[in-house]
Design a protein around this ligand. Structure first.
Ligand code: PMP
Length: 429
């Protein structure tokens, strides 16, 4: 047994499934998860000493690459002054001001500790602000694991939601309506049926949890219009897309202004951080200025603020994103070329520094039904072939890939050479 295998066996005795977040367990692709010893730049190194080019990037946060020197130094410096106070600090103001200046729709910002907390709080705020109960979400979008959001569509497209996990009461799930991503008609229909009780729409403006699916032209604009017509709050869950598909997130890239925005991942520079914010008029309803309760012992933690501020300041450098976007496009184009060469049916999607590869003969993938219809056997083989080649992709075909500043042209070329061999090694049909 190698070290990862030994550790995985040991982990499963005291940690459910051996992991602290399910997809890390490699259930979808099979095999043993790699236990990681360290990471640097575009690479992760497992406990057996193998190096991987990493396209998971901690599921998104590491847009600067792993072990960024400035962030590391900022964290060490902050740690010298104590780890947490539970009292306000200047760094929190600086963070709110910086976020507001980068994402202007976020006139006010509240820091939290994860993306889940951000979306959960934004939804409570939308409900409290509008006095309405229902929320509308999209099939295949993930917004963290709060009860109202672990809901899938009922049997008809517009039935009340049903829990997608035991432990979520039907009485909670029934307030969540789930409709099709990139299908405005399904949203309009939901508003027709429940017009006076929809508090908000929550959407990943680029879906990154059913692989990578960008919005079609006019989709986000259409959501904005429907929310305005029906007095609903538009929430962009930019936990994944924030500071990633462009500095100002998807709202900047697609030029649509939401009422509320949720952030996570990149904003913490690798520390456990999230944030929600938006229109001043709405945010003033949050405690202590308003009656809608939201709080956190470690929210705005000084170490987390130091890491996040240091990350965001680096991202603001003019032209920072150009090479990442170019390299992401080159990577996706290269995957396509290598798949074609090896007679494997593949389609790719790209949004900024996020990418998706779909083992399908569909020429364009725009929704969940298509995303789940991919050739799973081929993906799994490709996955393990790439892992053997030293390329670490997300261990499930429903996840977006992430490129960092440290994934240079050379690193991308090495990845594509590996991909050529990995496609060639696919025997499943
Ligand atoms: N929203 C989106 C779009 C996400 O991708 C995620 C996590 N992958 C979350 C919310 C939840 O964030 P966290 O895991 O930090 O709770």
């Amino acid at each position: 047994m190698n070290k990862s295998e030994t550790l995985f066996e040991r982990a499963q005795l005291t940690i459910p499934g051996g992991v602290n977040s399910p997809v890390r367990a490699f259930k979808a692709v099979g095999g043993t998860p790699r236990f990681i010893a360290k990471a640097d730049g575009p690479y992760m190194f497992d406990v057996d000493g193998k190096r991987y080019i990493d396209y998971v990037n901690s599921w998104g946060p590491m847009v600067l690459g792993h072990n960024n020197q400035a962030i590391r130094e900022a964290v060490i410096k902050a740690a010298e002054f104590g780890l947490s106070y539970g009292a306000p600090t200047e760094a929190e103001i600086e963070m709110a001001e910086l976020v507001s200046s980068i994402v202007p729709s976020m006139e006010m910002v509240r820091m939290v500790n994860s993306g889940t907390e951000a979306t959960m709080s934004a939804i409570r705020l939308a409900r409290g602000y509008t006095g309405k109960n229902k929320l509308l979400k999209f099939e295949g979008c993930y917004h963290g694991h709060a009860d109202s959001l672990l809901v899938k569509a009922g049997s008809g497209a517009l039935t009340f939601g049903v829990p997608s996990s035991p432990g979520v009461p039907d009485d909670v799930a029934k307030h969540t309506l789930t409709v099709e991503f990139n299908n405005l008609d399904s949203v309009a229909e939901a508003f027709e049926q429940h017009s006076d009780d929809i508090a908000c729409i929550i959407v990943e403006p680029v879906a990154g949890n059913m692989n990578c699916i960008p919005p079609e032209d006019g989709f986000l604009q259409g959501l904005r219009k429907l929310c305005d017509q029906h007095g609903a709050v538009l929430i962009f869950d930019e936990v994944m897309t924030g500071f990633r598909v462009s500095l100002g997130g998807a709202q900047e890239k697609y030029n649509v202004v939401p009422d509320l925005t949720c952030l996570g991942k990149v904003i913490g520079g690798g520390m456990p951080v999230g944030a929600f914010g938006g229109k001043r008029d709405i945010l003033t309803h949050v405690a202590p200025t308003g009656p809608i309760y939201q709080a956190g012992t470690l929210s705005g933690n000084p170490i987390a603020m130091a890491a996040g501020l240091c990350a965001l300041k680096q991202l603001k450098a003019p032209g920072f994103y150009e090479s990442i976007f170019e390299n992401t496009q080159a990577l996706a184009d290269g995957f396509q070329k290598m798949a074609d060469k090896n007679a494997i049916s593949l389609t790719t999607n790209v949004a900024g520094s996020m990418f998706g590869i779909f083992f399908t003969s569909d020429k364009k993938v725009v929704n969940y039904q298509q995303a789940i219809s991919v050739n799973q056997a081929q993906f799994n083989q490709f996955y393990h072939n790439m892992l053997n080649e030293g390329v670490y992709l997300a261990p499930a075909s429903f996840e977006a890939g992430f490129v960092s500043k440290m994934h240079t042209k050379t690193v991308v070329e090495q990845t594509l050479a590996a991909a050529d061999r990995a496609f060639a090694g696919i025997t499943a049909s």
